[in-house]
Design a protein around this ligand. Sequence first.
Ligand code: ADP
Ligand code: TRP
Length: 324
Amino acid sequence: MTRRKRTLSGIKPTGQPHLGNYLGMLKPALALQATHDTHYFIADYHALTTEHDPRVLRESSYELVATFAALGMDFDAHTFFRQSDVAEVTELAWILSCVTSMGLLERAHAFKDKRARNEEITHGLFSYPVLMAADILIYDADEVPVGQDQKQHLEMTRDIAQRFNHIFGETFVIPEARIEEAVATVPGLDGRKMSKSYGNQIPLFCTEQQLRKAVMRVVTDSRGVEEPKDPDTCNVFQIFRHFAPPARQAEWAARYRAGGMGYGEIKQATFEAINAEIQGYRARYFAIRDDTAALDAILAKGASKARVVAREVLRRARHRVGFA
Ligand code: ADP
Ligand code: TRP
């Protein structure tokens, strides 16, 4: 029997997951459980590059365990863990950093943006892509489900793996990014990419009332009810379309173009569509969120499964470079 392809992805515990995370990463990644051997983790080493409040890191990590549980991750058949529970990855990151050129890292968007804004850049932030390469390579991942914004990181991972394989002989699987093209980038309240760093997000799990309020705050243009409108450039529609079947999308797009529809109406329809999709998940989320013993047990189980794979791949890399 051929082995199932392995997927791996991580998400940083830096605040509540939002609809961009859900559509761009969580939903597609979890759907792959049916066909792949999946490995997902809480990227807390990466979060430390920007988050220096231990309470936030701890609480956000629990939120993520509860989120994966609520969205249907099967913790027995698949592997879910916390990055910092498998310290082997930092050793591999060091080994990889010795074949990674400064030039490659200097081309990273995240680094260039910070430098352009004259913000302080730590060594951890600069070497972020090396640790991410180690994350992926240490689990022999074939595919990495991520949002569009992670594409460059995946290219860097492939470069680093190829460089290592070229110098030391075939060692690592060369992974592919798996980007949900239909989703690309979900806009936030202000129309920019929905992101925790812009504070323009709609949380995935909050009360129904808070969800409705957030959707009502999505920025629209000032066209009056009677005027024809353009669904393709409307932030509300760009969120709505991910939660509505094609026929409903077409129906509402026609109403935009015809005029006579106010933004309040499509916002209400958007709220209802999101709510219908996530209300079952939300109930599961709140049922488990405060049960830290259950969440810790999930993490403990995942850590021991992840370590088995990581140790084996690290052993292979250590041998290649001449450590043992
Ligand atoms: P944030 O930008 O809010 O800090 P993260 O960097 O933690 O989000 O992203 C976690 C995952 O969610 C990544 O795979 C990322 O590509 C995806 N993602 C984040 N924001 C969006 C968005 N607005 N649209 C689509 N995917 C997104
Ligand atoms: N950089 C990713 C993000 O900001 C998180 C991440 C860390 C990741 N390591 C990874 C994603 C490995 C995929 C694979 O969203």
